[in-house]
Design a protein around this ligand. Structure first.
Ligand code: DAT
Ligand code: MG
Length: 150
């Protein structure tokens, strides 16, 4: 079976604007398997850990403040090429450069309010899954798999 996983997170603006359902729906319809899901109001310390690679960037304090401003929806999705495909579904970091049809290209305009996160490598995905789901994810068989994969 296909085991690649990615960490996808609806940011506080996506939750407030009611885009959670659409983002979940896109990943479901594409054929990915939902492996974990929760609503979390993260602490600044937790978010600093999540964005550790960006510490020192001029926008870092504003990014942490925005991400801590309300709950986020933390998810793990499993499937073929989940990390790269998840990034394609999100669109570019700057929504102005995101194609229509992508999540950011359909719902966002500002880089500092780009509504969702997706892991950028398999290695970072596994780190992020460990950070957000230290309790582990749910293991189960999705019987759709035989219709989604060859
Ligand atoms: P991505 O979220 O596409 O992986 P990233 O990891 O480089 O992008 O940056 C994380 C988040 O930080 C990004 O989603 C929005 C914010 N950000 C990035 N570059 C920014 C900038 N130049 N100004 C303001 N916010 C920025
Ligand atoms: Mg990133």
């Amino acid at each position: 079976s296909v085991t690649e996983r990615t960490y996808i997170m609806v940011k506080p603006d996506g939750v407030q604007r009611g885009i959670v359902g659409d983002i979940i729906s896109r990943f479901e319809k594409r054929g990915f398997k939902l492996s974990a899901l929760k609503l979390v109001h993260a602490t600044p310390e937790h978010l600093e850990q999540h964005y550790i690679d960006l510490k020192g960037k001029p926008f870092f304090p504003g990014l942490i403040k925005y991400m801590a401003s309300g709950p986020v929806v933390a998810m793990v999705w499993t499937g073929l090429d989940a990390v790269k495909t998840g990034r394609v579904m999100l669109g570019a970091t700057n929504p102005l450069a995101s194609s229509p049809g992508t999540i950011r290209g359909d719902y966002a305009l500002a880089v500092g309010r780009n509504i969702c996160h997706g892991s950028d490598s398999v290695e970072n995905a596994e780190k992020e899954i460990q950070l957000w789901f230290p309790e582990g994810v749910v293991q189960y068989t999705n019987d759709n798999e035989k219709w989604v994969f060859e």
